[in-house]
Design a protein around this ligand. Structure first.
Ligand SMILES: O=c1[nH]c(=O)c2[nH]c(=O)[nH]c2[nH]1
Length: 288
C-alpha cells in the first residue's frame, strides 16, 4: 500500500435501523418482540479507506442478515442479544477488533393471545453493548419516557443579569421526556449473573426508581430532579456504576386569561415546543 498523505482517524461502520419483529409461537399465547438494531464495527480497516481493498470488510448487509439469523433461536433480554451479536462480529471476523451493538425495544401491550397494540413513537427500552479486547461493556436505559408533575416544582433564586426576564415561580408544571442510560459494572458486586432474567428485572427496577424519584422529589430545579433520579437508580441497583440523564424541559406556560377577565390559578397552560431547556448530567457511584 502506498504511504497515504493523511492519516485515517477513528472509524467504524455498520448497519443502522435494522427493524426486527419476532413472533414467539411456543404456545397459542404468542410472544411479540419489536426491536431496532444498530451495529458498528471497527478494527483493521485502513485498506478499504486508503485503497478500496475490501478484503477485511464484513458487509453491512451481512451484519443485518446476522441480526435476523440470530433472532431465529430467540432474543432474550436486549442486553443479551446485543452481546451475542457483538461477540460474534469480533470473534468470527479477524479484521474486526471491536463491535458496538445498540438496540431499541418498542413495547407492545397485549390485548389478546395473538393481539397487541402500541402507539406511534412512545417510550423505548434501550441498550448499548461494546465488545472488544476480551471485555464487554453493557449499558441499558430508556428513551422518551414522558413525565409530568402538576405541582411540587419551583424555580427561583436564579442568577439575574440585564437580560433576565423570567419571573420566579413557586409552583409550576414540570414536564420532561427522559433519556436515561445506566452502565453496569463489569463484575457484579454481589456476584449476580448477567443473564436475561437479571437484565429484565434490573430494567423494571431502575425504571421504577426513576418514576418514584421524579414523582416524590419536591423540585427546586430540573437539575436537582436529575440528581435525585440518578441517585435513586444507583441506590436501587447495586450493579449500576453510572447513570447518564438527558432531561428536556418541556415548558408549560401559564396562559394569561386576565385579558378576558378570568383568573388562572395554575389551571390553563400553553404547552411550549421550541426552544426548550435541556438539562443533562451524570451521576456516579463514587463519592463526591
Ligand atoms: O429547572 C430549571 N432549570 C433551569 O436551569 C432553568 N432555566 C429556565 O429558564 N428554567 C429552568 N428550570
Amino acid at each position: 500500500m502506498p504511504t497515504p498523505e493523511f492519516t485515517l482517524g477513528p472509524n467504524n461502520y455498520g448497519k443502522s435501523g435494522v427493524r426486527l419483529v419476532r413472533v414467539g409461537r411456543e404456545s397459542s399465547r404468542h410472544d411479540l418482540r419489536d426491536l431496532t438494531v444498530h451495529t458498528a464495527l471497527s478494527g483493521d480497516l485502513d485498506a478499504t479507506h486508503y485503497t478500496g481493498d475490501n478484503a477485511g470488510v464484513l458487509p453491512t448487509d451481512t451484519q443485518k442478515n446476522t441480526v435476523y439469523a440470530f433472532a431465529r433461536e430467540g432474543v432474550g433480554a436486549i442486553e443479551v442479544f446485543a452481546e451475542r451479536l457483538a461477540r460474534h462480529f469480533v470473534d468470527a471476523t479477524p479484521s474486526i477488533t471491536s463491535a458496538r451493538v445498540q438496540i431499541e425495544e418498542h413495547a407492545w401491550t397485549r390485548v389478546g393471545d395473538h393481539s397487541f397494540t402500541r402507539g406511534e413513537g412512545g417510550e423505548l427500552r434501550t441498550t448499548e453493548v461494546v465488545y472488544g479486547g476480551g471485555a464487554v461493556r453493557t449499558a441499558a436505559g430508556v428513551r422518551d419516557l414522558l413525565l409530568l408533575n402538576t405541582t411540587d416544582s419551583e424555580f427561583s433564586g436564579f442568577l439575574v443579569d440585564e437580560y433576565t426576564t423570567l419571573p420566579e415561580t413557586d409552583d409550576r408544571v414540570l414536564a420532561t421526556a427522559v433519556t436515561a442510560t445506566w452502565d453496569y459494572a463489569a463484575e457484579a458486586p454481589d456476584g449476580a449473573v448477567y443473564d436475561s432474567a437479571f437484565y429484565d428485572h434490573a430494567f423494571t427496577r431502575a425504571r421504577g426508581a426513576l418514576l418514584a424519584a421524579f414523582a416524590d422529589t419536591y423540585s427546586l430545579s430540573l437539575q436537582q430532579t436529575l440528581y435525585a433520579v440518578g441517585e435513586r437508580i444507583l441506590k436501587t441497583i447495586p450493579e449500576v456504576r453510572e447513570v447518564r440523564l438527558s432531561l428536556p424541559n418541556r415548558h408549560h406556560y401559564l396562559f394569561d386569561l386576565g385579558r378576558f377577565g378570568l383568573d388562572n390559578p395554575g389551571v390553563v397552560f400553553q404547552a411550549g415546543d421550541l426552544p426548550y431547556g435541556l438539562i443533562e448530567g451524570t451521576v456516579r457511584r463514587e463519592a463526591a
